[in-house]
Design a binder for this molecule. Structure first.
Ligand code: SF4
Length: 513
């Protein structure tokens, strides 16, 4: 049976995880050119552009969160779907072993990571039959940060700042704008939305995600939906949420809307939000041998056009000369001197910690002394590499920040209990953490979400690891970093850029009622 099929799927996964398709690159290119380089938004986009190029050139994951692999397969009548499914699952495990996918499949009750991205419900594989003799496979990798910003509305509804959304296309427009505003930077804006009008709650979300398989530059064949798409694109980018929620002129790079019939009693609008790391590709394979006969969304195996010129790429992080160096352990005095908007370059030891570590620290002493420490909300991709040296011979191959708001219930207490001075993450945190930063003398730094390759290059080495029982992404990794850039978005004086941008963009939303 199809001797090349397994290898074709491994290639598809590898390329999808490491090399953005041309339509997404084009949209991000427009975003890069539209923000002034020296602004927060401009600096964020330059890092993102560098990251895209670095990922493609080293075949490393664009973002450390390689997401939920979702395959849409069209197979000819008579194809053995049981066999195809088994090979796709094997290819997922192999891509995970090669470090192209992060182990992301976790038992929902015990929290145990399967280690190979296989488990009940993962990966997601949908089959359809078609009349063609070939097999078509499309793949999207959508991470947790943007998945958590998905939204579903049941109309009619009252929406913050926008008032009533009726069961009309005007109501749909309001829902989509509301979803983009609500997401702020938590889903790593600028993002793209797939939308479904109608269906039931389940089919609505599914159809919304399916819209993300359209290219960003296509035109909706239904002129009514095309008009809403265009209105949303225009208005969402007036909200000034901006890249990473830093404020700026690019908040959305795509809006794709589909519609399903519904029950008379229901009117759902389902919004699937995808981040700038919009990883989606496809292949056609020969049904006789399983070899790739055609790439979808891209020109065959032609190398991608770099996002940046060689000079801009070589220049690295765009510095203004105002960056503030911080080396851990950090004192309270250093922290109190920082204010929202400062760009810092962190060096020295840094410890990763996300959901499992935070829950653990609420009940147990930390495995390392956290006084004056930097805690990084990050679930890195880490592989064994004897050449990396250090304890255990670990090498970080992707290490961008994860969404911080998940740690809101824990963060303030952890700051107070253990003396952490700096929290690094993305998307910002809430009022409880803001009060905790002020009380304990700590700051929150927003790193650039999804810039996994860029930040991996700021890590000199892995010096150890604790709490490995939580699995690779959830363990506490001990890192030695150098000139790790991030922006103070919540300071020790009660200021929050996230709160300010949400308030200001909410006021703009009022004008779009
Ligand atoms: S770019 Fe951001 S939202 Fe997207 S997968 Fe990465 S961390 Fe998640």
């Amino acid at each position: 049976m199809l001797p090349d099929f397994f290898d074709s799927v491994v290639q598809l996964i590898t390329r999808t995880s490491t090399d953005l398709p041309p339509d997404v690159r084009a949209a991000m290119g427009i975003a890069v050119r539209s923000e002034a380089t020296e602004t927060r938004a401009g600096q964020a986009l330059t890092i993102i552009a560098q990251n895209i190029d670095q990922a493609a050139s080293c075949e490393g994951p664009i973002c450390q969160d390689t997401g939920m692999p979702t395959f849409e397969v069209k197979a000819p009548v008579g194809a053995n779907q049981i066999w195809l499914r088994a090979r796709i699952r094997e290819a997922v495990a192999e891509a995970t072993r090669r470090g192209k996918l992060r182990p992301n499949s976790v038992d929902s009750i015990t929290g145990e990571n399967s280690g190979d991205n296989l488990g009940p419900g993962t990966p997601i594989i949908h089959f359809d039959q078609w009349e063609s003799p070939d097999i078509e496979i499309k793949l999207i990798l959508k991470g947790g940060g943007c998945e958590n910003t998905n939204a579903q509305y049941s109309l009619p509804a009252e929406l913050d700042h926008l008032g009533r959304a009726d069961r009309t296309l005007e109501g749909v427009r309001k829902c989509i704008l509301h979803a983009v505003w609500k997401a702020q930077g938590k889903g790593c804006s600028p993002g793209a939305v797939g939308v479904c009008i109608g269906g039931d709650r389940t089919s609505g979300y599914l159809h919304a995600k399916e819209q993300l398989f359209r290219t960003l530059d296509d035109t909706n064949p239904d002129p009514r939906l095309a008009q809403v798409e265009s209105a949303v694109m225009n208005e969402a980018n007036k909200l000034l949420v901006g890249p990473m929620g830093f404020s700026g002129t690019t908040s959305l790079i795509g809006c794709k809307i589909g519609a399903l019939n519904r029950l008379p009693a229901s009117f759902f609008v389902s919004v699937a939000y995808d981040c700038w790391a919009f990883r989606r590709l496809g292949i056609r394979v020969n049904a006789a041998n399983g070899a790739i006969s055609e790439w979808l969304y891209r020109e065959g195996t032609t190398p991608s056009q770099p996002m940046l010129s060689p000079e801009a790429a070589a220049a690295g992080f765009p510095r203004t000369g105002r960056e503030i160096p911080l080396r851990a352990p950090i004192t309270e005095e250093q922290i109190r001197a920082l204010k929202v908007g400062d760009v810092v370059l962190v060096s020295g030891p840094m410890y990763t910690g996300r959901d499992a570590v935070h829950a653990h620290l609420m009940k147990h002493e930390p495995p390392v002394d956290l006084h004056g420490a930097v805690l990084y909300h990050c679930g890195p991709v880490v592989v064994k590499d004897a050449a990396a040296g250090g304890e255990g011979g670990w090498k970080v191959t992707a290490a961008g920040p994860t969404t911080s708001i998940r740690e809101e219930p824990y963060q303030a207490e952890i700051l107070k209990k253990y003396g952490v001075r700096v929290v690094v993450g993305k998307g910002g945190m809430g009022a409880k953490t803001l009060a905790g930063l002020k009380e304990s003398g700590a700051v929150y730094l927003n790193a650039i979400g999804g810039a996994a390759q860029f930040y991996a290059r700021c890590i000199d080495r892995v010096t150890g690891v604790s709490l490995m029982q939580f699995g690779t992404p959830e363990a506490m990794w001990h890192l030695e970093v150098r000139d790790f850039p991030a922006i103070v978005t919540m300071d020790a004086h009660g200021n929050s850029l996230h709160r300010d941008v949400e308030t200001e963009s909410g006021a703009i939303l009022e004008t779009l009622r």
